[in-house]
Ligand binder design. Structure first.
Ligand code: UDP
Ligand code: MG
Length: 323
């Protein structure tokens, strides 16, 4: 539903929500106020709206979304049939949103809302993808900051193309969304995927704030899963590093063997040792198990991809009223 080049584009703001009853009312209010300001400034079309995606919450999240929908013409809702995880909830929102441009943002409003205006400007200036990049992680705990930044370095080592400190606060044009629809993978790591799309990419910087209310829905386990997804969904470098490791260990063993042979034949000073027999056995076993584990990780992914299961299941949709 692309409008003429003169009229401002319709914006859909996609917000994945998992047990966010504490933040939703305030988030909805602030997003609505922002939409109003942007509509008044004629930056976006009057039909712009927010799409709340309920990712199988077990609290009052969906009831609140239904209430917001009753009260406002600028609210839409999508309810997933169960908890599918942040990335899949986000994808469900992106692929079902009807806007000419779509911005994804977390429900907890940690990402600076005002930056959305800059994103829309960047789109008007020709960018199809606009990435929000955190300038500072001052509010994160040292643990989160260190692990997150180390992770971006690891991704670089694995040759996964991502923008440093960009998470999932971004604008995508209709063209970019349609391109994204073509990617059928189950192992979703959206910040890596959008870099594969091509198109003109712009970046806007912002400072990340604290959660408005509630606590993080990303416990360590989910964070590690996402981290693993990021590497295995985009890179086969670990497989290559295994080969390097194998070569290095083989070379060292060969040199050790040669040295043992020389000491036995020339210097005749070998002491039959327990350590030199047993330690290498443990070492090689360990290395082999690590290697098998990494290979297993990829085989597991192949297994999951070949199933071609639906990546999200929508239970209910609250559409534009009157349709
Ligand atoms: N989220 C989701 N499904 C999940 C976990 C999280 O939709 O299984 C949503 C959550 O409601 C929030 C966003 O993903 O809008 C980011 O989660 P959170 O703010 O808890 O992560 P953090 O900022 O702590 O990394
Ligand atoms: Mg958050």
């Amino acid at each position: 539903m692309q409008q003429g080049s003169r009229s401002p584009p319709m914006l859909s703001i996609v917000v994945p929500c998992y047990n966010e009853e504490e933040v939703l009312p305030e988030a909805a209010q602030r997003l609505d106020a922002l939409l109003q300001r942007m509509i008044d400034a004629e930056m976006i079309g009057s039909k712009s709206h927010v799409v709340f995606v309920d990712d199988g919450s077990s609290d009052a999240t969906w009831r609140i979304i239904e209430e917001l929908y009753q009260r406002s013409t600028r609210v839409r809702g999508v309810k997933l049939s169960r908890n599918q995880g942040h990335q899949h909830a986000l994808l469900a929102g992106l692929l079902t949103a009807s806007g000419d441009i779509v911005v994804s943002i977390d429900a907890d409003l940690q990402d600076d809302l005002e930056v959305m205006k800059e994103m829309v400007h960047a789109h008007a200036a020709g960018a199809d993808i606009v990435l929000g990049v955190r300038e500072s992680r001052a509010i994160d705990t040292p643990f989160k900051r260190i692990t997150a930044e180390a992770y971006y370095h690891l991704l670089r080592l694995m040759r996964v193309e991502v923008v440093f400190n960009h998470a999932d606060y971004r604008l995508l044009s209709r063209t970019a969304i349609e391109a994204l629809r073509g990617y059928q993978e189950t192992n979703l790591f959206l910040r890596g995927l959008v870099m594969q799309l091509g198109f003109r990419i712009a970046i806007v910087n912002y400072t990340r704030k604290r959660r408005v209310a509630g606590h993080s829905k990303y416990p360590l386990g989910k964070m590690l899963t996402l981290a693993l997804e990021g590497v295995t969904a985009f890179s086969t470098m670990p497989l290559r590093y295994i080969a390097f490791l194998g070569f290095a260990i083989s070379l060292i063993s060969f040199l050790l063997g040669a040295w043992a042979l020389v000491s036995a034949l020339v210097f005749d000073d070998t002491v039959p040792g327990w350590a030199s027999t047993v330690i290498p056995i443990y070492l090689i076993c360990g290395v082999q198990m690590i290697c098998l584990g990494i290979i297993g990780e990829y085989i597991g992914k192949i297994y999951l991809e070949t199933k071609r299961r639906p990546r999200f299941i929508i239970e209910t949709t609250l559409r534009e009223k009157g349709h």
